[in-house]
Design a protein around this ligand. Structure first.
Ligand code: CU
Length: 163
């Protein structure tokens, strides 16, 4: 039995250290939709406007794969309000500023450590008019933001406004 524990310990030391990494995928598409009651071509993430909310802990590392399923447009995603001190500027998503855009039919994995400050941030398309065309969503860093929202006022409410 002692030998079994020794082998178990040996193999456990071969495993990579565990750490919390938030992993998700956003598939970017052109689709027809009517978010403002008029059917038109939109750009969405995972068939949704706004795109799925991303909820992470303060300081958590994220790996967000962007799959560009559009046929004719490149894309990049700006992680609005994130500081990319450890990851470098190319994970900030500023197309033609800090990175080359992701070509049609390609994917890119954004890897960075989120801010330590709880609150509501956002992500959005950062090329052409993609933000206005629907590409964006909430980026939530969990934690106490009670200075801005109290239970007496109904707690926190997520609203995503577009014009
Ligand atoms: Cu932005």
């Amino acid at each position: 039995m002692q030998m079994a524990y020794t082998w178990l310990y040996f193999f456990a030391t071969l495993l990579p250290p565990t750490r919390a990494v938030y992993v998700t995928t956003l598939e970017i598409r052109h689709e027809f939709a009517s978010p403002d009651c008029v059917d038109r071509l939109v750009v969405n993430a995972n068939h949704s406007i706004p795109g799925p909310a991303i909820e992470v802990d303060p300081g958590e590392e994220v790996e967000i794969t962007i799959v560009n399923l559009m046929l004719s447009n490149a894309v990049s995603i700006h992680w609005h309000g994130m500081v990319h001190a450890d990851s470098g500027p190319w994970h900030d998503g500023g197309s033609m500023i800090t990175q080359c855009p992701i070509p049609p039919g390609s994917k890119w994995v954004y890897k960075f450590k989120v801010n330590e400050h709880p609150g509501l941030y956002q992500y959005h398309g950062h090329i052409g008019g993609m933000r206005v065309a629907g590409l964006g969503g909430a980026f939530i860093i969990k934690g106490d933001v009670s200075a801005f929202a109290s239970e007496a006022d109904g707690g926190e409410v997520l609203m995503h406004l577009k014009d």
